[in-house]
Design a protein around this ligand. Structure first.
Ligand code: FES
Length: 178
């Protein structure tokens, strides 16, 4: 088995294991179903993901430098719900709006689960929640989900490179450097 594939299976197994704590086979099925990956290329610390086939409100989980990365395309209904100030956390590209964040709770690092029916993330470890922009809606997480360095290249997102949109997020205090 290729090393990358092995790593991906380990990661999926780990995330599913964490999610089991929430209970509910239906929920597990819903989460697994959303994990059809988008085309991506990994090389020397960079991960390039083509978002042109991303679907509204379907969570995609990628891996970058050993960390889970959540990618969530926002539907119009989701955009209507997200507060204006939290829209600054979203990446706008090719006519769509995306949450792209490290999928580790900012409290103590568990992997939150996504509930598409409520457009929200729940961290089962201590009950913290985040909205679809990755902003905290219930403590204890001290801040929103961190955003990895990125550069926009047409319909593609290059994780690990720093583009002007990411620089602005850093300067505006939207995310910490990861
Ligand atoms: S680790 Fe997520 S709420 Fe504590």
């Amino acid at each position: 088995m290729a090393k990358n594939e092995e790593g991906r299976r380990d990661f999926i197994g780990m995330a599913l294991g964490g999610f089991t704590a929430l209970g509910g086979i239906g929920a597990l099925y819903a989460m697994k179903r959303t994990w059809d990956p988008l085309p991506s290329v990994k090389a020397a610390g960079f991960t390039t993901i083509d978002l042109k086939d991303a679907k509204d409100n379907v969570l995609v989980v990628e891996k970058w430098r050993g960390k889970p990365i959540f990618i969530l395309k926002q539907s119009k209904a989701m955009m209507d719900k997200v507060k204006d100030e939290d829209k600054k956390r979203l990446i706008s590209m090719d006519g769509g709006h995306y949450l792209v964040c490290v999928g580790l709770c900012t409290h103590l690092g568990c992997i939150p689960g996504y509930n598409p029916a409520e457009d929200s993330f729940l961290c089962a470890c201590h009950g913290g929640t985040y909205d679809s922009s990755g902003e905290v809606t219930k403590a204890p997480p001290p801040r929103g989900l961190d955003i990895p360095p990125f550069r926009i290249d047409g319909t593609k997102l290059v994780l690990g490179e720093t583009g002007p949109e990411y620089e602005k997020m850093l300067a505006d205090g939207i995310t910490l450097k990861v």
